[in-house]
Design a protein around this ligand. Structure first.
Ligand code: PLP
Length: 427
């Protein structure tokens, strides 16, 4: 065996598992080339945005206290607006996570009596409490904002007639989740999101469309804001933070929508003018700079995992050949043991906390126990190699991330090693 295999062997990978992985990899080279081309396009887009905004060394310094006249913060928001081709953006460490960014975008742009419509089925778990689908203090429901949902058709298509009926006089905003989240429906391409937005706006031109862009940034060459979304919203500890941002979220969109969000985040009247960036700006800038290639590594990892587990007979979404619109890979193991063994393998491959064993626990915001594997430099970062799955049927694991492809590859091989060692699958 090769010198390279010697490294894998030292990390506990059997020759059989290694060879199986190499065979799968050999069949993926054309796809990996296309992913690299996409990353190249997006890398140039980011550099161009930074140059156009005159990013300077002074932008990397932060402010403290109120954060008035924070050049780096204000310039970074211009860079995000340019990357997403929007009028404005709010990019802040005070936005604590993706759920917070989404809650902020919703709560600041909806008023009592308005209705929110999801035409793509149930939103991400943590948004159920934000909306009030599951009762929660401070939800939109408590403030008199109602919610309607139109499920996708059994074949994954949009229920256009159902959407037409659901778009009422009070419908102020439509929320579209790009990524599948903890579901096994297909992720929406930017093109399909554009078709849906065109349909909705043709019926109701003044409706606002928000896209939950989590996990979708830089996977394609265009973003949903380029096909009609009024706001795109996401987390900096996913794709756009490039693995370096230690916290944060963004809302990019129409000037008025972003202004509303800023008024809610800070205070009416203060809006974007306050909010010290402290010391996070170098990580925000450099993370965005790295994000296109980091996202490409994560995508390659997802495709590698899909092809491995598909070949072994498990159901995988997306399948091994499908085009990709987010970095999440779902693998259905059909048993709690499969989910747990997979997550243990991912954990064992980590640079940080490789020696701990992940266990299912009751996470806030989720309604079943969830197991999470993450040995990340940034706690909870899911652009870093990570896996999680609710301990509930169909016992699917959601796998994502990998700042570098070699790390993603090691994690996937470790998971496979674990599953074969435990007799859950055979090569
Ligand atoms: C991760 C995610 C969220 C929530 O983000 P957190 O940072 O975990 O709060 C919302 N929607 C989707 C689709 C996500 O993937």
């Amino acid at each position: 065996m090769t010198q390279l295999y010697e490294q894998y062997k030292k990390l506990g990978i059997s020759e059989e598992v290694y060879r199986f992985g190499e065979e799968i990899l050999a069949s993926l080279s054309a796809r990996f080339t296309r992913i690299d081309q996409n990353a190249e396009y997006n890398q140039l887009k980011v550099i161009r945005a930074m140059q156009a905004a005159n990013v300077s060394e002074a932008c990397l310094l932060g402010t403290t206290g109120y954060g008035y006249n924070d050049l780096g913060r204000d310039t970074l928001e211009k860079v995000y607006a340019a990357v997403f081709e929007t009028q404005d953006a709010l990019v802040r460490p005070q936005i604590t996570c993706g759920t917070h960014a989404l809650a902020l975008a919703l709560m600041s742009n909806l008023r009592p009596g308005d209705e929110l419509l999801s035409p793509v089925g149930k939103p991400y778990d943590t948004l159920e409490e934000v909306i009030g689908i599951r009762p929660s203090g401070g939800s939109l429901a408590e403030y008199g904002v109602t919610y309607r949902q139109v499920d996708l058709l059994p074949d994954g298509g949009f229920d256009y007639e159902g959407i037409r009926t659901a778009l009422g006089e009070r419908t102020k905003m439509v929320t579209i989740q790009r990524s599948k989240g903890y579901q096994t429906r297909p992720t929406l391409s930017v093109q399909r999101i554009g078709e849906l937005i065109a349909f909705v706006k043709q019926i109701k031109p003044d409706v606002l469309v928000m896209v939950d862009n989590c996990y979708g940034e830089f996977v394609e060459t265009a973003e949903p804001s380029q096909v009609g979304a009024d706001m795109v919203v996401g987390s900096l500890i996913k794709n756009p933070g490039g693995g370096l941002a230690p916290i944060g979220g963004y809302i990019a969109g129409k000037k008025e929508c972003v202004e509303n969000a800023a008024c809610r985040l800070t205070s009416p009247g203060l809006a974007k003018e306050v909010g010290a960036s402290l010391g996070v700006l170098p990580a925000f800038y450099q993370g965005l700079f790295l994000a296109p290639t980091v996202t490409a590594s994560a995508l390659k990892g997802a495709i590698f995992a899909a092809n491995i587990y598909e070949k072994l007979g498990f159901s995988v979404v997306p399948d091994g050949q499908e085009s990709r619109h987010d970095i999440i890979q779902a693998v259905t193991f059909g048993s709690p043991e499969g989910v747990i063994a997979f997550c243990e393998g991912i954990q064992a491959a980590a640079p940080v906390d490789s020696f701990v064993k992940p266990e299912p626990w009751d996470m806030p915001g989720y309604d079943s126990k969830v197991i999470m594997a993450a040995g990340a430099f940034v706690s909870g970062s899911s652009i870093e190699l990570s896996a999680d799955g609710p301990i509930a049927p169909p016992y699917a694991v959601y796998f994502q991330g990998g700042l570098t492809f070699p790390h993603a590859k090691l994690g996937i091989l470790k998971s496979l090693q674990n599953l074969t060692d435990q007799g859950i699958c055979r090569i």
